[in-house]
Design a binder for this molecule. Structure first.
Ligand SMILES: Cc1cc2nc3c(=O)[nH]c(=O)nc-3n(C[C@H](O)[C@H](O)[C@H](O)COP(=O)(O)OP(=O)(O)OC[C@H]3O[C@@H](n4cnc5c(N)ncnc54)[C@H](O)[C@@H]3O)c2cc1C
Length: 337
């Protein structure tokens, strides 16, 4: 059925988009012996992609608070794939804290999620000494990890090349112009063929402080301004992220105030931190906020990764490969025309 075989006898595969979805697909297909070419319209800095702006948390248990079980199922599988392919990925866990007045929301979060340990103030201090005296208790999710998108995307691209794949940057591709198997991973730009995809704006701020040290992402539960603080190394922290039904890509004064104000309540030293960057990205989402692999013969579209692109991309790529190699269908995420 599939033409353009590689030397190993596997079909040639074109992938459109080198964001987190396209990059993981390219890696697994290239390693499986396919002749892979990735077309990416951005240059290697990837600033056009949503992936460039992400937090990179790999948090299937925390995310269960507000997502369907399929997100945890695929997320847990992805953790194995991150470990297997990028063994240096930090798996230091994640920490969830709340101020005393938000106790009810904290308990709700604990109830809706699993695979966590409760920490009292002393255990919290041992885990994150910078947070000493800030919170009376916390929830620790020991098996979660995080990656830094701006480091891991180039690493993925290099791994694709090592596996024999080709990446063409500054290459604006049209699925109809490509032969063989085409995997469309264009995210929000795929609206021409997937009209129900929408962008959900996420704003983030990077700050720098030498007075706070964190070893893992910290989430602050708050009824109006939930926040996470992700350590980026060299005294830098990413503050994220808003979730706004808008496709404007600016950062509003309100969002900046909320993110910075919430960070200040995590640690007062953040008040003296230097602001390094404001930015925002559009999370590609279907109406149900679930990922989808749409299959129409040799045309496959992988989209709707919403707020879970880094968490889900490895497992989704493995499912797409399983379909091409063995015809395996995952009924929860695949739609066949
Ligand atoms: C602020 C923020 C924080 C987030 N935090 C997290 C997090 O902690 N953990 C997590 O798992 N997820 C997180 N996300 C979600 C995650 O970023 C997205 O789910 C993910 O980036 C979507 O990846 P993608 O590959 O589908 O799309 P993209 O990253 O947008 O990649 C699509 C690529 O296709 C390219 N392209 C488009 N059209 C063409 C064309 N015609 N030809 C060639 N190339 C084309 C684009 O240039 C782009 O590079 C966050 C998102 C935001 C905005």
């Amino acid at each position: 059925m599939y033409q353009n075989k590689s030397r190993s006898g596997e079909s040639a595969v074109s992938i459109i988009g080198a964001g987190i979805a396209g990059a993981w697909h390219a890696l697994l297909f290239a390693q499986a012996g396919h002749a892979v070419t990735v077309h990416e319209r951005s240059d290697a800095s990837m600033t056009e992609s949503t992936s460039h702006w992400a937090g990179g948390m790999l948090a299937p248990w925390c995310e269960a608070e507000a997502s369907e079980p399929v997100i945890s199922r695929l997320g847990v599988r992805s953790l194995d794939l991150w470990r297997q392919h990028f063994p240096h990925t930090p798996f230091n866990g994640s920490l969830v804290v709340a101020h005393g007045r938000d106790r009810a929301d904290f308990e709700r979060f604990a109830r809706l999620t699993s695979n966590h340990r409760r920490l009292d103030a002393q255990a919290l201090r041992e885990l994150e000494p910078s947070l000493e005296g800030r919170f009376r208790e916390g929830l620790f999710y020991p098996d979660e990890g995080h990656v830094e998108p701006r480091r891991v995307l180039p690493e993925l691209h290099a791994a694709i090349s090592r596996a024999g794949g080709k990446i063409e940057f500054n290459s604006d591709a049209e699925a109809g112009d490509l032969d063989g198997i085409v995997i469309d991973c264009r995210g929000i730009a795929a609206r021409d063929t997937q009209p129900d995809i929408r962008g959900v704006k996420g704003e983030m701020i990077v700050i720098e402080s030498s007075e706070v040290e964190l070893s893992r992402p910290v989430r602050l539960i708050h009824p109006r301004f939930p926040l996470y603080v992700i350590p980026r190394g060299d005294g830098r922290f990413m503050l994220g992220a808003t979730s706004i039904e808008s496709e404007d890509t600016g950062v509003s004064v309100r969002s900046a105030l909320e993110l910075l104000g919430a960070a200040y309540t995590v640690h007062p030293a953040f008040a003296e931190a230097r602001i390094v960057e404001f930015g925002s990205g559009l999370r590609p989402a279907f109406p149900d906020n679930l990922p989808r692999i749409s299959i129409e013969q040799e045309r496959i579209t992988v989209n709707g990764l919403y707020r879970h692109g880094f968490l889900l991309a490895p497992a989704l790529a493995e499912l797409t490969l399983g379909f091409i190699a063995r015809g395996v269908i995952d009924n929860e995420v695949m739609r066949c025309a």
